[in-house]
Design a protein around this ligand. Sequence first.
Ligand SMILES: NC(=O)c1ccc[n+]([C@@H]2O[C@H](COP(=O)([O-])OP(=O)(O)OC[C@H]3O[C@@H](n4cnc5c(N)ncnc54)[C@H](OP(=O)(O)O)[C@@H]3O)[C@@H](O)[C@H]2O)c1
Length: 191
Amino acid sequence: MAALPVNVLITGANRGLGLEMVKQMVEAPCPVRKLFACCRDPHGPRAEALQTLAKKHPGIISIIRLDASDLCSIKDSAQLVGSLVGTGGLNLLINNAGILAKGTLQDTTPEDMQSSFNTNVIGPMNMIKEFLPHLRAAVQANGKPGMSCNKAAVINISSIMGSLDLVKPTYVHFPAMAYRISKASDNPLTL
Ligand SMILES: NC(=O)c1ccc[n+]([C@@H]2O[C@H](COP(=O)([O-])OP(=O)(O)OC[C@H]3O[C@@H](n4cnc5c(N)ncnc54)[C@H](OP(=O)(O)O)[C@@H]3O)[C@@H](O)[C@H]2O)c1
């Protein structure tokens, strides 16, 4: 089956929704061309399922070490991915990696806020900035006028918990104050 002519990168791809997206994109009848599955510890026990999947799809999946809260790690991965995609560029960046601090306002510490912002807000911002040249390369490689899914896009995985309207009805059951604030702050990054 022909591959979709797109290169995709997903952060936090070793488990949860990230791993499921990888699975669905490579097992689809028309899989993506290259999938950069990023995670913090590619050789650790939490990446075993991803490693198994990558062995089944060696021509498509490349596992890349990436800590979304560490700018140096983001820069290193952007350089590596750039060398792998070349002038074809990166068509889709999915900022999926996230952490969930569950405390109420009273429980939430400055450290909870700091780590939530580092991973859920500053991480996606740095990812967009560092991968922008590769996204632009994909647009240039496409060369056609108008919008197209064969050009380039960024998807930031938000949460209903970031909705200002829903704080009142949901806070009692699921406070997660640092998570809510970080997801609300992440939304304006998606233009
Ligand atoms: N599940 C839901 O119902 C739901 C609903 C709305 C939105 N979301 C959002 O969807 C995304 C994925 O959620 P999930 O439920 O799949 O979460 P999850 O199962 O807890 O997985 C989180 C993923 O993010 C990675 N991660 C955390 N911090 C990281 C960092 N600094 N650098 C790189 N990777 C990091 C984790 O890697 P490690 O294994 O190394 O920890 C893991 O791969 C999150 O952004 C979450 O806020 C989820």
